[in-house]
Write a protein that binds this ligand. Structure first.
Ligand code: NAD
Ligand code: IPM
Ligand code: MN
Length: 359
């Protein structure tokens, strides 16, 4: 099989974790005899510095010609002047929009060895295994904007179709897991949320009567995510709420560096990135946790390359590393980013498929 992957390292710790993704992808490509082409391209602040544009046309073109994209992170203090006309984050948003990647899957699974890394008491963390399906190309991120010194506006808009397609995707996911979905909105205040609620009720009643759907207001949901996180299975929510709730959810797992994501559209093509940012406070120190990125690589093998065993091998290797405390300092370990990435690669063969007897 021939596979073309675009690497977008970006800014801050982005390049540090992307290097580990590249090495992991190469190792698995060797194992499975893939004919692999990996090309790096500019995005974010690095692209502004070189080309004056956070998403140069050449980058977008390279992305369009690939099977999947791996992205590190964009942004940082160098490009954060509120008066600046271009910002790194615009590059990422344009990429998501241009490629039609409307569904952002953010799984949150807690490893018992990491209970101590979380600020929550262990009894709240036991059994946490949820997925947030964040709508990614609508809402206030993409509505009309007015930017001035006396007045500013971000309009939040959603169409029925935008809500439908992501809710259907989340409902299918819920059906394939425990059969429970939670839709999170702010229907007591926002018109867009009332549209979300109406459309979700209709879809769930007509197409997914077997999936149990609960509805929560986002403020209460933020609380329940801390007070009873194990009660959630699949969550579906709009763009901004999903962004905020998943940073909150990273604390269940113990570090921002842990959560992966897959941004998907209608086909198998996808963009894979950890949910964290460029982490300016630790950039260049060689201590960034690469596990969120490496778990994103696993999601790429599963969703874009249809290589489920490779995905499970990566997840198992990450699990084994955490079990034996082969971790970066954010998780209480003492490995560098490079050592943590190497540890994952060294454990790829420790995967035992379920259902296979070993005597
Ligand atoms: P951040 O996620 O970069 O960092 C928040 C905290 O988490 C920091 O203390 C950081 O050190 C820690 N952290 C993050 N990733 C880590 C990792 N892999 N290992 C260990 N610790 C890690 O959020 P921020 O500081 O608010 O944002 C910094 C910049 O990143 C901003 O410009 C923001 O716009 C951008 N950002 C980009 C993305 C993206 O590219 N997808 C996501 C979020 C934020
Ligand atoms: C994320 C980030 C982005 C977002 C920023 C960098 C535009 O926070 O991927 O979670 O808000 O979507
Ligand atoms: Mn975010």
């Amino acid at each position: 099989m021939s596979v073309r992957i675009t690497l977008l390292p970006g800014d801050g710790i982005g390049p540090e974790v992307t290097t580990q993704a590249k090495m992991l992808i190469s190792a698995l490509a060797d194992d499975y005899g893939l004919s692999l082409e990996m090309e790096s391209a500019l995005v974010g602040g690095a692209a502004i510095d070189e080309k004056g544009d956070p998403l140069p046309a050449k980058t977008l073109d390279t992305c369009r010609r690939s099977d999947a994209i791996i992205l590190g992170a964009v942004g940082g203090p160098k490009w954060s002047d509120p008066n600046a006309l271009v910002r790194p984050e615009q590059g990422l948003l344009k990429l998501r929009k241009e490629l039609g990647l409307y569904a952002n899957l953010r799984p949150v699974r807690v490893h018992p060895k990491l209970f101590a890394a979380s600020p929550l008491k262990p009894e709240y963390l036991d059994g946490v295994d949820l997925v947030v399906v964040r709508e990614l190309t609508g809402g206030s991120y993409f509505g009309e904007k007015v930017e001035g010194d006396k007045f500013a506006m971000d309009s939040c808009t959603y169409t029925r179709e935008e809500v439908e397609r992501v809710v259907v995707r989340a409902a299918h996911l819920a059906r394939s897991r425990s059969g429970r979905l939670t839709m999170i909105d702010k229907a007591n205040v926002m018109a867009t949320s009332r549209l979300w609620r109406k459309v979700t009720v209709e879809i769930m009643e007509s197409q997914f009567p077997d999936v149990k759907c609960d509805y929560l207001l986002v403020d209460a949901a933020a609380m329940f995510l801390m007070s009873k996180p194990a009660s959630f299975d699949v969550i579906v929510t709009e763009n901004m709420f999903g962004d905020i709730l998943t940073d909150e959810a990273s604390m269940l797992v113990g570090s921002m560096g842990m959560l992966p994501s897959a941004s998907l559209g209608s086909g198998s093509f996808g963009l894979y990135e950890p949910i964290h940012g460029s982490a300016p406070d630790i950039a260049g120190k060689g201590i960034a946790n690469p596990l969120g990125m490496l778990a994103s690589v696993a999601m790429m093998f599963e969703h874009s390359l249809d290589m489920v065993e490779a995905a499970r091998r990566i997840e198992s290797a990450i699990h084994q590393c955490i079990s034996s405390n082969e971790c970066t300092p954010d998780l209480g370990g003492n490995l560098s980013t490079g050592q943590a990435g190497a540890a994952v690669r060294s454990r790829l063969d420790g995967y035992i498929p379920t259902g296979v007897a070993h005597g």
